[in-house]
Design a protein around this ligand. Structure first.
Ligand code: GLY
Length: 391
């Protein structure tokens, strides 16, 4: 898969693959493609600074399993199984730690109605093979002494882990550079096709067309905005706003991730090795509204301190907003589109970091003409509802 660039003033050899979008999916895909010996360009004005930077880094197949999403849950479980070898390979390639923590998660309920809702969810998860150990309130506090004495109980969830998402982004960037990925600090605008509708390359905001036989569109929710393809080619995605807070103390407040329901609202606290705690996250259908809003910060802090009162003593160091790529059925879109040479890897919604290794593996499979993992097949690019944008 090689060609010669024809636009612009340089006559460099064209890349085998151009990856549009430098979130964790694009970065990991580019890195794994480059490791196979392919020439890879990654196009993004600020790689690693989108949703992955704001995220909390939870790897949570059980706590992200919801009623009616059994296929997606199977994918999440398969995605989690990829993490230990992926983390080891990435740390070796990048020469830096990503603080992958295979410690368990504790999920708690603030009051009796939260407990009833949590019990229903845990029962559903048990019915599809996701085990957890129910705990009374005092058992929760034995695991995590910083939890509020007023809680109504909870459960220990062994399969839900975490990684430091910012360390992950830094490692992926280093690994990409070490593997020879060319970072192009441009915004991808659209796709160029020839008279037969086949891919010619990717158009960027400097007016260039980056000629290549394969483009992987991995721009999160913005993937839907790529121009130059027939209607219905790209998945219809929307930004789902999330406020996330970062707090820091002098000592470690929690030993593991705490998730909880507070008056029906979900909340999580993810501790880091540097004594910081990531608190999240709102889910807001507000389009691309990047304002940090006082009410959202208030709600997050209120919920977090209901679960862990010691939050009051922490320093509030960051309030940020990210945009999850939301699809019609909450599942990702990974596969070839109807435009020969154009693949998508996007729509990971709340599970982008968890699904990074299995998606990167699928990108390499697509480039190699191999099959993607069976759990991903149902999440192909054009195989279900929600495909319907592109112009
Ligand atoms: N992955 C957690 C969230 O999207 O808030």
């Amino acid at each position: 898969m090689a060609g010669t660039e024809t636009s612009g003033s340089t006559a460099a050899v064209a890349p085998d693959v151009v990856v549009a979008g430098g979130g964790v999916i694009g970065l990991a895909g580019a890195w794994m493609l480059a490791r196979t010996g392919r020439r890879v360009q990654l196009v993004d004005p600020e790689p690693g600074r989108g949703a992955a930077w704001v995220a909390a880094g939870m790897l949570a197949p059980a706590n992200e399993a919801h009623f009616g999403e059994e296929d997606l849950t199977r994918l999440l479980v398969a995605g989690a199984a990829r993490w230990p070898p992926f983390a080891a390979a990435l740390e070796e390639a990048a020469g830096r730690a990503i603080d992958y923590e295979p410690s368990n998660t504790v999920v708690v309920a603030a009051d009796r109605s939260d407990r009833a809702a949590l019990d229903q969810l845990l029962e559903f998860r048990r019915s599809i093979g996701l085990e957890s150990r129910r705990l009374g309130a005092s058992e929760c506090r034995r695991l995590e002494p910083a939890l509020s004495p007023a809680l109504s109980g909870g459960a220990e969830v062994p399969g839900d882990h975490q990684v430091d998402n910012r360390a992950l982004v830094a490692a992926l960037l280093d690994a990409c550079v070490a593997a020879g990925v060319e970072l192009v600090p441009r915004r991808a605008l659209g796709v160029e096709t020839d008279g037969t509708g086949a891919l010619r390359g990717l158009r960027t905001d400097d007016g260039e067309v980056r000629r290549t036989p394969m483009v992987v569109a991995a721009m999160g929710w913005r993937t839907s905005t790529l121009t130059g393809v027939p209607p219905g080619t790209l998945p219809a995605l929307r930004p789902v706003k999330g406020h996330v807070l970062r707090l820091r103390g002098h000592e470690r407040l929690l030993g593991r991730t705490v998730r909880g329901l507070v008056r029906g609202r979900a909340c999580y606290l993810v501790p880091r090795r540097d004594h910081s705690v990531v608190v999240g996250a709102t889910m807001e259908e507000m389009g691309e509204d990047a304002r940090v809003q006082a009410g959202a910060v208030h709600t997050l802090l209120d919920n977090a301190r209901a679960l862990v009162p010691g939050v009051d003593e922490l320093e509030l160091v960051e309030c940020s907003v990210g945009f999850r790529p939301g699809s019609a059925d909450n599942g990702p879109h990974v596969g070839w589109t109807g435009v020969p040479g154009l693949a998508v890897a996007t729509g990971h919604f709340r599970n982008g970091i968890l699904l990074t290794p299995i998606t990167a593996e699928a990108i390499v499979a697509l480039a190699s003409g191999a099959e993607v993992a069976p759990e991903l097949r149902r999440f192909g690019a054009g195989s279900r509802a929600g495909v319907g944008s592109g112009s």
